[in-house]
Design a protein around this ligand. Sequence first.
Ligand SMILES: O=c1ccn([C@@H]2O[C@H](COP(=O)(O)O)[C@@H](O)[C@H]2O)c(=O)[nH]1
Length: 260
Amino acid sequence: MANHSSVRQRTSLGGGSLDEARRRLVFPLDYANLDEARAAATRIAPSIGVLKVGLELFVREGPRAVEIGKSLGLDVFLDLKLHDIPETVARAVAGAAALGVRYLTVHAAGGTEMLRRAANEAARSQDMILLAVTVLTSLDDGDLAAQGVQGSASEHVVRLAQLARGAGVHGFVASPHEVPALREALGRGELIVTPGIRLGPGAGGAQGEDQKRIATPSAAISAGADLLVVGRPIRDAADPLTTARSIVQEIAHTLHPPRP
Ligand SMILES: O=c1ccn([C@@H]2O[C@H](COP(=O)(O)O)[C@@H](O)[C@H]2O)c(=O)[nH]1
């Protein structure tokens, strides 16, 4: 099992300003087929650190989607959000490790035994980092109340992250809003990944699409996030590469503000 601080260290997020910022940007290959995904990945590759393969592409194309990132020399994040009985999840984690992915997600809500089996299986692979998805960024306090969850999304995120850490998971997916509470509860050594990133002033409310807990890249970095997942703001931009580059600049300036 990975030790307390090693997961964040293993991502090597330090280094030069622009290169460090680039390595923190995760681009989801949310495309309908391999050709579209490969074309987009090839175009955007110089400005990102990680390619994320999610349900849409993996369900259609399977492991060939993972090969896109590997062939471009990028870390691959397999975002399958596994949530099933412990035996089934453990065997799926072993399968993902065999594909050579760097990151893999499971749902923290799967419970202690499922998380423990997943973490043990992930630890067999030297390179794979298991991430526990806490509360999806598309949910807010009202959605959680409708599911019978007591308290705020932030409280639930911390509760689930603590459960996952107790089971041996040291990386977490949450919205930028919960990062300060997670850092306070878990310390600096854990890896925190934040989707729900939106650009510009609209990030305060209007431009979230189905995302409900959103923030700008600079707000996420200031809050203490390690990796930022930015999908549609790049994918659907008129010029995706320029948009990705400007996000990298924003991350770099937030990490290392220019001296006055
Ligand atoms: O809580 C979560 C967990 C995962 N995601 C994934 O991140 C991207 C976000 O895409 P956008 O287009 O930037 O909204 C997407 O692949 C999700 O499956 C998430 O959004 N929230």
